[in-house]
Design a protein around this ligand. Structure first.
Ligand code: FES
Ligand SMILES: [Fe+2]
Length: 491
């Protein structure tokens, strides 16, 4: 009988209550049980709770008014990655971090610390820096007001005319955002009263601290592209394995797409996780593949080994163990580092964390990527960053980080040097996105529907966005009824 992916599997829930139904086939926890190495403890920390089934208003993705609410109450109040520490190694090195209507200059200080200043002149508002680089001071191009890299005003032409500015640090220093550093990343938060990064990202910090060597990495690839859809449409397209069957059917022979695991933790609302197992066939395929077929298909894709190139696989073999062993050896040689202790899961699987609102680091080495999303100039565009990280070689010397490639709306990821085969998969994803954005404007469909389990993380992110908007309105004494038509309905 064809396996439709809808029947309950052994040990899995049968859908007796909302969100409890699961695909047939082995769960991620089942796969971890067969790993040939000790499995990172964080991968055993799986949690799901039902978050509702009601349609979301489409206007959340298309309305300029909702985008303005996000600009006002979301992007200014959440922790976001601005850059990597190794982009700003010397005093005066800086990166300009633009998000929604805001801009920060993230800069290295003489004492090695990192500070982030609002990128707007205290005179008449001119952006102080448009580009990354290294400077001795920040000098406004309009009338020449100048600040040191520590944000102190050092020069003001015709100072005699501005005693009201020079009278105190409050009026003369550049306003600052909060900064946190984690595993080589520099995070910023424009809210002076924000929750510390250490509690906001506690689950992420705990999981990577106990289980994944994320700090000891350097950037081998970075590109940012303007994309023709809302930032949430783009983010959602990279946050579930549900789309594999239609968008990436070429990988079904070795991808447990519908058996992916999605974790949301009630005590950690800013962090969620998605794990997609590889080296196991999709439950969507009607035929049961032999271990030989799974191994051949995966090695053709991941190691460009032609099918039937010599590896004979017994019918009782574990395909994951076999392909993990081959990839582990290849990776160790290529990266000049000993990866023998790395679990099959870390070698093979897509282990994608998400830190609200829009930072997504992959934990394993099978997909050593990091994503970031930011809103564009209108609700119909956004920016997506992709980084690839590699472990620092055993010699201990990290090569210089790769320079960022900037791609316009009309350019393809294939134009980013060194993106390799990943660009083909990305282009498959990208083809959907303008069609999603266009379809959201059709009147025929009332709202956006999410799966109870596979898209629970997406619903949670939307619910969190609403929390920030409602908190912002309450701060200003505004009534929640003003925005009710945009909110995620209960139920
Ligand atoms: S606007 Fe910056 S010095 Fe006048
Ligand atoms: Fe995809």
């Amino acid at each position: 009988m064809p396996n439709t992916g809808a029947q309950p599997g052994a040990g899995q829930h049968d859908g007796a209550y909302p969100g409890s139904a699961r695909s047939s086939g082995p769960s991620i926890q089942d796969l971890l049980d067969t790993d040939t190495r000790p499995v990172p403890v964080a991968l055993r920390d799986h949690s799901y709770s039902y978050r509702g089934s009601a349609d979301l208003p489409k206007s959340r993705y298309t309305s300029p008014e909702f985008a303005a609410l996000e600009a006002e109450y979301l992007w200014r109040y959440t922790w976001q990655p601005a850059c990597r520490e190794d982009e700003i190694t010397k005093s005066g090195d800086h990166v300009v971090y633009d998000v929604a209507n805001e801009s920060l200059i993230v800069t290295r200080q003489a004492d090695g610390s990192i500070r982030a200043f609002h990128n707007a002149c205290l005179h008449r508002g001119t952006r102080l820096r448009d580009t990354d680089g290294r400077v001795g001071s920040f000098r406004c191009p309009f009338h020449g007001w100048t600040w040191g890299v520590d944000g102190q005003l050092t020069d003001l032409p015709c100072e005699w005319d501005f005693p009201h500015i020079t009278q105190s640090p409050e009026t003369s220093c550049l306003p600052e955002a909060r900064v946190a550093r984690w595993c080589g990343w520099v995070f910023v938060n424009m809210d002076p009263n924000c929750e510390p990064f250490e509690t906001y990202a506690a689950k992420l910090i705990e999981h990577f601290g106990t289980s994944f060597d994320f700090a000891n990495r350097y950037v081998t690839f970075h590109a940012v592209k303007e994309v023709a859809c809302n930032w949430k449409v783009c983010m959602e397209a990279f946050s579930e394995g549900y789309h594999v069957i239609a968008t990436h059917p070429q990988i079904l022979e070795f991808t447990g797409d519908a058996n992916s695991e999605y974790s949301v933790w009630d005590d950690s609302p800013y962090v969620s996780r998605f794990v997609n197992g590889f080296g196991v066939q999709s439950p969507h395929l009607s035929d049961t593949l032999s271990p030989q077929q799974v191994v051949d298909a995966y090695l053709e894709f991941a190691a460009r080994m032609p099918r039937g190139s010599g590896l004979t696989v017994n019918d009782d073999a574990n395909p994951r163990a076999l392909v993990a062993a081959i990839l582990r050896t290849g990776m160790s040689a290529r990266l000049n580092t000993d990866l023998d202790a790395l679990s099959d899961s870390e070698v093979l699987d897509a282990i994608l964390y998400h830190l609200f609102p829009a930072f997504a680091p992959w934990a394993g080495l099978g997909q050593p990527l990091v994503y970031r999303w930011r809103p564009g100039r209108t609700p119909d565009t956004c920016f997506m960053d992709v980084w690839r990280l590699a472990p620092v070689p055993d010699s201990g010397e990290a090569p210089a980080p790769a320079v960022c490639t900037r791609l316009t709306l009309d350019q393809s990821w294939k134009e980013a040097p060194r993106m390799g085969g990943l660009a083909d998969v990305f282009e498959q994803d990208m083809e959907n996105l303008p069609m999603v954005q266009a379809g959201l404007k059709s009147t025929g469909k009332r709202g956006v529907s999410f799966g109870n389990y596979q898209e629970a993380r997406l619903r949670q992110i939307h619910q969190m966005i609403d929390q920030f908007i409602l908190r912002g309105l309450a701060r200003e004494g505004r009534n929640a009824s003003e925005v009710e038509r945009y909110l995620v309905p209960e139920g």
